[in-house]
Design a protein around this ligand. Structure first.
Ligand SMILES: [Zn+2]
Length: 259
């Protein structure tokens, strides 16, 4: 078999207290999404006998970008970044990408990668949709939750989440933080009668008690359990009766900030 046509594998690299740096690899080649910590990535590359051939950045926050400069220096590899002038990008040699762009990597014959623009958590936030099946969603969508609004408006984040909701339901969500258990505790205060959410709470407790990541999660599971993707259904329930879905979203995000 031609070594570039190996099918891709995806491995989470835990970093800091609750980040995952996602390593995409095929044969001996690897891509890293959001390397906040270069050392974590170098150790994994060495242990797995991989060469770094590209870096994908979703947004400018330090826990997603701080390792990129050292990795680029060592591996001389391209860094793909949002088309915004953030210091996190201008100090690197970057290839700027925007909505609808397709990234082609000669070392990964079996990989397609489409860029989605998903502002809300930050204004520059993008996601990488690999093989129309794996969504690297950064800090937009989390297991049973969504990112805080540091720069964007509720309407922008709501539209970004709707964009994700419209992808194929078997899409897998590779979020950048392990927040699922706390998000589920919040979701249960909003949607206590949701059986799928109750099942997910049990499953999540089991996984976390063994220190197993709850991610990636299928989009279908998020659609069934994530309150931030269920604003329309919630607007038909007593607590939010006749609210607009965007108003439900805005209220949920505000309550989650205090939870
Ligand atoms: Zn962030």
């Amino acid at each position: 078999m031609d070594e570039t046509s190996a099918s891709i594998e995806i491995t989470p690299l835990p970093a800091f207290s609750d980040n995952y740096l996602w390593l995409i690899h095929a044969g001996k080649h690897a891509l890293i999404v959001d390397p906040g910590d270069a050392e974590v990535v170098e150790q994994a590359l060495q242990a797995m006998h991989l060469e770094l051939t590209g870096i994908l950045l979703t947004h400018h926050h330090a826990d997603h970008t701080d390792g990129a400069a050292a990795l680029q220096k060592h591996w001389q590899c391209p860094v793909y970044a949002p088309d915004h002038n953030q210091p996190a990008y201008t100090r690197l040699e970057t290839i700027r990408v925007k909505a609808g762009d397709h990234i082609q990597l000669p070392q990964f014959a079996t990989l397609t990668c489409e860029v989605l623009e998903l502002p809300g958590h930050t204004l520059d936030h993008i996601a990488y949709y690999v093989n129309q099946h794996h969504l690297f969603s950064g800090d937009v969508l989390f297991g049973a939750g969504c990112g805080r609004l540091f720069e964007g408006s509720p309407a922008q984040m709501f539209a970004s989440l709707q964009k994700i909701a419209s992808l194929a339901p078997d899409t897998l969500i590779y979020a950048a933080h392990e927040y699922t258990a706390h998000n589920i505790a919040f979701a249960q205060t909003i949607d206590p009668d949701n059986l799928a959410l109750q099942q997910r709470a049990t499953q999540t407790r089991d996984l976390r008690s063994q220190n197993i990541p709850t991610l990636p999660s299928p989009l279908s599971l998020e659609l069934a359990t994530n309150p931030f993707l269920r604003c329309e259904q919630l607007s038909r329930q007593t607590a939010f009766k006749d609210w607009q879905p965007l108003d439900v979203f805005t209220e949920l995000r505000a309550r989650r900030n205090q939870f």
